[in-house]
Design a protein around this ligand. Structure first.
Ligand code: P6P
Length: 339
């Protein structure tokens, strides 16, 4: 059983991951180290994100990333923080980032001995930075398939989501939270600035099977396929007699929308459109991590037809339509999509 407190103190992330290690002696501790490293990067990113409004760190730095999007300085900073802690740690052989065309193989003596690789979006929702809307960091951890001791390879990163060892996100919101899942469960930690530690605030998170919140960008409504439009209409027609009324919430920051639905129940949709049939969200470092977290918490995640975690990736930055959240809401959506 997981202790929630030690001597009546709330467990910190470090104590929690070490406790997990004690409960599973066969573990090498590499994953615990990795999660602590990510927690450190998150604390450093959090400091800069909370400096909203200071010109020197906000605004565009003029460059454009592999997605063709204007890069904001905070994106670059967050990317460098994640890469820095993972490269200097002892548990990661290389990384793939939303901000960089190709994977970065660390290829040094210690890193090559690591059994994990990490994919991440260092600061998702960066278009929200300048308007002070909550943003987040998303990460996905795979066990490498290449030989430990040698440099990792591109193939180590292009794996089905079902093979993720862990996945999580940090949300820089009214409080700063780190949520991560392994097969054993989903746990949420809230940053306590007075001690600079993430503390276990949401043990064993579960996504309610039912919800009354649907999240979608109505601006694209007439570009969505018929089944999606039919489901949206159903949401709008819910009332006290059929499990409603529903409310529509769309923050435009995936981490915020999915985090709220994970806690309260709900469904998040980023469907394909006529212009972008594959949708906008990235499979490897947005859809896969959230699909893993939601499934461990009892929810579901599909591309409209297939389970996200079963999709065979082709490339690092490919997109996928994304529907995810409460299992009963997903079942109703699937009924509409089946036509
Ligand atoms: P749209 C933010 O830019 C992001 O990548 C996700 O965080 C968010 O869910 C989505 O795009 C919003 O996209 O097209 O609805 O503005």
């Amino acid at each position: 059983a997981t202790m929630l407190t030690v001597n009546r103190q709330v467990l910190t992330l470090d104590e929690f991951t070490i406790q997990q290690l004690r409960n599973f002696p066969q573990a090498t501790g590499q994953l615990s180290n990795l999660l602590r490293d990510i927690g450190l990067a998150a604390k450093r990113i959090n400091v800069e994100v909370n400096k909203a409004g200071l010109v020197d760190i906000l605004g565009n730095n003029g460059s454009v990333n592999v997605q063709g999007e204007e890069v904001k300085k905070l994106d670059v900073f967050a990317n460098n923080q994640m890469m820095g802690v993972l490269r200097h740690g002892i548990s990661c052989a290389g990384i793939g980032s939303e901000e960089m065309d190709d994977v970065v193989v660390f290829d040094d003596e210690v890193s090559n001995q690591s059994k994990y690789v990490v994919l991440y979006d260092p600061l998702d929702g960066s278009s929200n930075i300048d308007v002070n809307v909550s943003i987040g960091t998303i990460f996905s951890v795979f066990r490498r398939t290449s030989e430990v001791g040698k440099p990792c390879t591109q193939a180590d990163f292009i794996q089905k989501g079902i093979h993720q060892v862990a996945a999580g996100y940090i949300i820089y919101g009214s409080s700063t939270m780190l949520v991560y899942a392994t097969r054993r469960g989903v746990n949420g930690f809230t940053l306590d600035p007075s001690i600079g530690e993430f503390c276990l605030s949401h043990p064993d998170m579960k996504c309610p099977a039912d919800g009354q919140i649907y999240s979608v960008n109505h601006g694209n409504y007439f570009q969505y396929e018929e089944g999606v439009r039919q489901y949206i209409t159903r949401c709008q027609q819910k009332n006290e007699t059929n499990g409603g009324p529903y409310t529509q919430r769309y923050i435009g920051s995936m981490v915020s929308d999915v985090h709220r639905n994970l806690i309260k129940g709900g469904i998040f949709m980023y469907p394909g459109t006529l212009k972008k049939p594959e949708g906008k969200l990235r499979l490897m470092y947005e859809c896969n991590p959230f699909a893993f977290i939601l499934e461990v918490a009892g929810g579901k995640a599909t591309d409209g037809k297939n389970r996200i975690l079963e999709l065979q990736p082709e490339g690092l930055h490919q997109r996928s339509p994304f529907f995810a959240g409460s299992s009963n809401m997903m079942a109703e959506l699937e009924g509409c999509m089946a036509g």
